[in-house]
Design a protein around this ligand. Structure first.
Ligand SMILES: Cc1ncc(COP(=O)(O)O)c(C=O)c1O
Length: 445
């Protein structure tokens, strides 16, 4: 193994970058740095191959460094590097929106572009509140999220999000937000394969919140159909259907945050397809460009878009919202090339056809030291470890470090290991991944 240039001679060069969601001092004392990536593997700066068990950060669904995306990006930069989309446009944004709208279920056929999941979420929340206003129901301003939900890091996203540490430093957040209870229960659902049987009734908590505030004050409910960042929480059977019914009963918009579950992760285009529940809006990012360039989007039901069009004069700007880079031409080109690969290589179907093998492999870890729950759906898995008393998160982080040393990238949140490999994964990679993880779990103190 070569010596890392970062751990010896060049420490000062690590100081300037304030790393996000990272223990900066710990990392900088012993950095983990990737220098290239191909297919299922990263190459670390000390020259080792690292099997990617997390598709980067839930985003590289078609595997790393696809030449078709690189070519499309290069061509676009040389042809039209940038064009505004405020009162101007370029063909790529229309072509991409049209193509995406045809992939979506129901009448989710209008697309608002952003540059990240966080921006997509904040855009969707704003559209929801503004929608009710243009419909003459301006009192509908309250938003409802869920405990343990992750919706990015904008003020909207952390307000509806349900992860304590992401919220506690940031003051009063958005006013008028309630949270549904999360659906995680080791007592009832530990080691469930796919959707757990217990917990649909937790959606009825929405009735309680409606009774408290009155539906006339509530704009939208936002949930991740499968909560990813908080440790892979799979929705109980019937839960999302129940949420949909209650939202319909009270005229509340339902938003699915599919930043993780979109673009094939479940073995279908979107989790909405997988669960057969059509929300009013879907937020996406990550897999939309295979992680190559920042892009996010909100898919909106046609009726919502139409309400804005009908609610104002023809020369009026209907929505006072947008980003300089909404529908950026280079991101659009990267996304088009990404969708070509998904389609040509049948990657969503591939994920579906591998999901049984994946399920068996992950549940094969049952009985190993410290493992107190295993959850899975599509090509996602969560493995929950018993916490060390007084040191929450330490055991899983130790596992992460040991896996990295062995040549496997996993992700951990608290004491939960989350796995979400690129959809190009082969059965031999799955075997390799779980054999490395097994060895590490066996040696964990
Ligand atoms: C469900 C969900 N929503 C929103 C986000 C935020 O996306 P970004 O980091 O691109 O802002 C994430 C990121 O992991 C996510 O998982």
């Amino acid at each position: 193994m070569q010596e890392s240039p970062f751990t010896s001679t060049d420490r000062q060069s690590l100081e300037a970058f304030w790393m996000p969601f990272t223990a900066n001092r710990q990392f900088k004392s012993k950095p983990r740095v990737m220098v290239s990536a191909q297919g299922m593997h990263y190459t670390s700066e000390d020259g080792r191959q690292i099997l990617d068990g997390t598709a980067g950060l839930w985003c590289v669904n078609a595997g790393h460094s696809c030449p078709e995306i690189a070519e499309a990006v290069q061509k676009q930069v040389m042809t039209l590097d940038f064009s505004p989309t405020f009162q101007m446009a370029h063909p790529g944004a229309f072509q991409l929106a049209d193509r995406l709208s045809k992939m979506l279920p129901g009448d989710l056929n209008r697309v608002f572009f952003a540059n990240s999941g966080s921006e997509a979420v904040d855009s969707a929340l704003k559209i929801a509140i503004a929608y009710h206003r243009v419909c003459g129901q301006g009192t509908r301003q309250r938003l409802i999220g869920r405990e343990r939900g992750y919706h990015g890091v904008g003020f909207g996203g952390i307000s509806v999000g349900g992860i304590g540490p992401n919220r506690k430093f940031y003051g009063s957040l958005l006013a008028g937000v309630d949270h549904l209870p999360h659906t995680h229960s080791l007592e009832h659902n530990a080691f469930s394969k796919g959707q757990p049987a217990w917990g649909a009734h937790l959606a009825d908590e929405l009735e309680r919140i409606v009774a408290l505030h009155d539906a006339s004050n509530i704009a939208a409910v936002i949930v991740e159909p499968v909560a990813g960042s908080t440790g892979v929480l799979v929705p109980p059977q019937g839960y999302l259907q129940r949420l949909r019914q209650i939202c319909d009963k009270y005229g509340i918009l339902l938003i699915f945050d599919e930043v993780i579950s979109g673009f094939g992760r479940m073995g279908t285009g979107f989790a909405a397809d997988y669960f057969g529940v059509i929300p009013d809006m879907i937020t996406v990012a990550k897999g939309i460009t295979n992680g190559t360039l920042p892009m996010g989007a909100v898919f909106v039901r046609q009726g919502i878009y139409d309400a804005f069009m009908e609610g104002s004069a023809e020369n009026a700007i209907e929505l006072f919202h947008g980003y300089t880079y909404s529908g950026h031409p280079v991101a659009c080109a990267a996304s088009m090339a990404t969708l070509d690969i998904y389609e040509k290589e049948g990657l969503f179907q591939r994920a579906q056809s591998l999901s049984d093998y994946w399920e068996e492999a992950v549940h094969g870890l049952r009985g190993l030291p410290h493992v107190i729950d295993i959850r899975n759906i599509g090509l996602v898995a969560g493995i929950e470890l018993a916490s060390i008393l007084g040191k929450p998160g330490a055991r899983a982080f130790d596992c992460f470090l040991r896996c990295y040393e062995r040549g496997l990238l996993i992700r951990t949140t608290g004491d939960i290991i989350a796995l979400s490999p690129p959809l190009i994964i082969e059965k031999s990679h799955i075997d390799e991944l779980f054999s490395m993880l097994t060895e590490v779990l066996k040696e964990l103190p």
